[in-house]
Unconditional design. Structure first.
Length: 362
């Protein structure tokens, strides 16, 4: 195969070579029972792998039951869940893509219904639980007042993240992504909006970053040197006095020192007061700044829906990879079509679909 575009050229991170730079962004499916992947997850993630993406990432996968956004989220807090993930990773590999898992804890935004059932806070009688956070500050009046974690519980959570990474390795994933964005637990510690602690986990930027950095270091201890580690962050909160791009640049440098290889650059999600109207490629400048100023690889994400747009982001050095979410829900085969549009003749149309293959010039 001769590849001319940057989007469809391979990328090497540590010893992992990924066939192209178009990655499936993590997307909750709210379709699991007790955390385990099922037919839905195998078909959903598998289809995106046969659709030509370079890397396919699971949805936010909880490191403990309390860390689920909803009772139907994926989770990898118990060894019994490993086999279901292995089936997902094996099929992704069979299609030539890299398999990634996003490890997560929803913190104060946990225990909610599926979005199509209103997404409201679930009480214990409806299968919900008491969410936890760095402080007892709620996200808004509709979500829970979280219970403040004590230091022993924070220590235990770091161990849960590490154990979840160990299980992810056994399941066969190539990449772990730490979900430190969107107002979930790690982001709640980072931000002065959600963290009013007065101990070593609150106050200064260093103290607020302590918990996520402990997670990154603990995971890196068990995640092999030859495999890459990603972190997704919210580059800004779009709130006066909140976490901002400069904080993110500094934090990304610390993550790099802790062994993180790529920053998946998202934004927002920690405050209903955020001022943002998303537009095409709105988060790309954050990926660019972090890449340049922290000297770490970045992924750009958010309303990237055109092949030329993705190619331009890579060509201009704004990011090293492109994460695509909703466009891949609309069309899992979008990468195969994007390649044809960019003039690349890929050799990974599935054999079963070759009679329908679309190549450049067709
Ligand atoms: C249905 C859905 C579920 C999502 N779940 C997650 C998630 O589990 N973890 C995460 O980091 N982002 C999640 N996101 C955000 C996406 O990964 C992505 O960053 C966002 O949709 C913007 O990219 P897009 O414009 O290409 O969709 C979700 C988005 C959607 C639409």
């Amino acid at each position: 195969m001769s590849s001319i575009s940057k989007l469809f050229s391979s990328i090497q991170l540590r010893d992992l070579t990924i066939r192209n730079r178009l990655f499936v962004s993590p997307m909750c499916q709210y379709s699991s029972e007790d955390g385990a992947p099922n037919e839905w997850h195998r078909v959903h993630l598998g289809t995106r792998a046969s659709g030509g993406a370079g890397l396919v990432m699971t949805e936010a996968t909880a490191v403990e039951p309390r860390g689920r956004i909803s009772p139907w989220d994926l989770g990898i807090w118990d060894d019994s869940q490993i086999d279901g993930f292995r089936a997902v990773a094996d099929f992704i590999h069979s299609q030539g893509a890299a398999a990634a898992i996003q490890l997560a804890h929803a913190g104060r935004k946990a225990s909610t219904a599926q979005p199509w059932n209103g997404g409201k806070l679930l009480g214990e009688s409806d299968g919900g639980w008491q969410p936890v956070g760095p402080s007892d500050l709620p996200y808004d009046e509709n979500l829970a007042v979280p219970r403040r974690l004590n230091v022993a519980e924070i220590d235990a959570l770091v161990k849960e993240w590490r154990a979840a990474a160990e299980r992810s390795l056994v399941a066969g994933f190539d990449v772990v992504e730490l979900h430190f964005a969107h107002g979930y637990l790690a982001h709640e510690f980072l931000s002065p909006i959600s963290n009013d602690r007065e101990d070593e986990y609150g106050g200064s930027a260093e103290n607020r970053a302590r918990f996520p950095l402990q997670i990154a270091k603990a995971v890196r201890e068990v995640w092999p040197d030859h495999l890459p580690l990603f972190a997704r962050i919210s580059a800004t909160e779009y709130v006066e006095g909140g976490w901002d791009l400069n904080d993110s640049i500094r934090f990304s440098g610390w993550l790099k020192d802790a062994g993180v290889d790529l920053i998946d650059t998202s934004s927002g999600g920690n405050s209903p007061a955020q001022t943002l109207t998303p537009f095409t490629g709105y988060q790309v400048p954050f990926a660019e700044e972090i890449r340049k100023q922290a000297g770490i690889a970045t992924g750009a994400v958010g309303m990237i829906t055109e092949a030329q747009q993705a190619e331009q982001i890579l060509q201009s050095g704004q990011a090293d990879a492109i994460f695509v979410g909703r466009e891949l829900l609309r069309n899992p085969y979008w990468p195969l079509h994007a390649a044809a549009e960019l003039g690349d003749r890929l050799d990974y149309w599935p054999d079963q679909y070759l009679r329908a293959a679309v190549y450049p010039g067709d």
